[in-house]
Ligand binder design. Structure first.
Ligand SMILES: [Zn+2]
Length: 441
């Protein structure tokens, strides 16, 4: 991650025309990366820069009053990047913010130290670091890739999109400035994966509105995203590879295409928002009134897997069942989400055809069960503990309904029976709880 982060600093300095790093250039330019990160809010002093860094979730010690002295090497050592024995500085949270403290506590010798050049390049990388504030802490992310593609992608992402959606607001009171971060996103986010997904949805929408989607997709193919969240001892990171990022964007585009203008409560949803929004926001499982973030733990897990290229039908089925129990509507546009995903990512366990077959089977059963005293079979099937039990219940249900459906897709996927069961049940629930009117696919 160190190298990936470093490349952002190199790119920024190049864009700013800083090609030689000396004490003098550092003194002259060290406020620039902070200002760039804060989308040009106008950083006038070291004190303001420190206040902004704290707001962006950089873990500066309470004693930090200045940045500059920590960028100028003052002791002998070895640079952790180039290996040169020279004068170095000890890493600080504003130089490379993601040094895991756990590693460094174990052995002081493991602490990162940098020569002047590499310290300043790393420090400058914050220019292209993006921050989404959440209820607890922040999601930070940045991109990495070959220089040309990284620059192209960065230009599209930052200049065209991020500057429009993200802002730093300044309030002045008694001559002292305070800052707050604003991100304008359609989707709610309580957790880090949700936050990145919400950004990605907005980005795809933005690209399509401006006819830039194809281009961005192409440069995105070689660009990876680094996501970092948590704090102190517990930084967690994940990398989304370019090929996955590209597919996620394609997936979002397809889902967006399924939507139509809708009213949802007091909200008006545009055509490109509704199919994403109405599924995503209905993945809530109500359990905590005080702390709503607890209601979205399953959604976070589901989205986390999605970002890794997996559509977890079993987890989704658990969410559906919980919502049925709580008499809440099922997430709308389930079909659009599942199909778009399988079309883009292909299926490992479940391909498009198998999904259609089993989902259709579940749907047909649900239709036949609706309004009869056999509705309880949704729970009997849900609780089935093994393939045999699951199959027996299914045969039993068919007999009672006096219908005969083709169960071959079930037999053929016996090894993945849990996924099969989940897909079948999801189809069934959709038939049972379909709204007569209002939003649907
Ligand atoms: Zn070095």
């Amino acid at each position: 991650m160190l190298d990936a982060y470093l490349r952002n600093g190199e790119l920024f300095l190049k864009e700013e025309g800083v090609d030689e790093i000396t004490e003098e250039t550092i003194r002259k330019t060290y406020l620039w990366p902070v200002d760039e990160m804060a989308c040009g809010v106008g950083v006038g002093s070291e004190g303001e820069a420190i206040a902004i860094l704290r707001k962006f979730g950089f873990e500066l010690s309470g004693k930090t009053r200045e940045l500059l002295p920590s960028l100028i090497p003052d002791k002998k050592g070895t640079c952790s990047i180039c290996g040169k024995e020279t004068r170095v500085v000890l890493n600080k949270a504003f130089i490379f913010p993601f040094e895991r403290k756990v590693d460094s506590i174990v052995n002081e010798g493991n602490r990162l130290t940098f020569c002047m050049e590499h310290a300043f390049k790393l420090y400058s990388a914050m220019a292209y670091l993006y921050v989404v504030p959440m209820k607890d802490g922040t999601l930070k992310f940045f991109f990495d890739g070959p220089e040309r593609e990284l620059r192209r992608f960065k230009n599209t992402f930052k200049r065209s999109f991020w500057l429009e959606r993200f802002s730093v607001e300044v309030k002045e009171k008694n001559g002292k400035k305070s800052y707050s971060l604003r991100v304008n996103l359609t989707l709610s986010r309580y957790h880090p994966n949700e936050a990145f997904f919400a950004v990605l949805h907005e980005f795809v929408k933005h690209l399509r509105n401006r006819g830039m989607f194809r281009d961005a997709l192409e440069s995105g193919r070689t660009v990876r995203a680094y996501l970092i969240y948590g704090s102190g001892q517990f930084y967690r990171e994940r990398i989304i590879e370019g090929t996955t990022l590209e597919r996620l964007m394609d997936f979002l585009k397809r889902v967006q295409e399924h939507g139509k203008e809708t009213r949802w409560g007091r909200r008006h949803l545009g055509q490109r928002d509704s199919a994403v929004y109405l599924f995503y926001e209905n993945l809530e499982i109500p359990r905590n009134k005080k702390d709503r973030s607890k209601n979205f733990l399953e959604r976070e897990e589901f989205i986390g897997k999605l970002l890794g290229g997996r559509f977890d039908f079993v987890l989704l089925n658990r969410i559906f069942m919980e919502r049925v129990k709580a008499k809440l509507p099922l997430p709308f546009y389930y079909h659009a989400w599942a199909l778009s995903f399988l079309e883009v990512f292909g299926g490992d366990v479940m391909d498009v055809e198998t999904f259609k077959g089993i989902n259709g089977l579940g749907y047909a059963l649900g239709k036949a069960m609706k309004g009869t005293n056999l509705e309880r079979y949704q729970w009997e099937l849900f609780r089935a503990r093994g393939f045999e039990e699951f199959l027996n219940k299914l045969v039993e249900l068919q007999a009672k309904l006096e219908i005969s459906l083709d169960l071959r897709p079930i037999y053929e996927n016996k090894r993945e029976w849990k996924v099969v069961k989940a897909v079948l049940l999801n189809g069934m629930l959709n038939a049972l709880y379909e709204k007569e009117k209002g939003v649907s696919e």
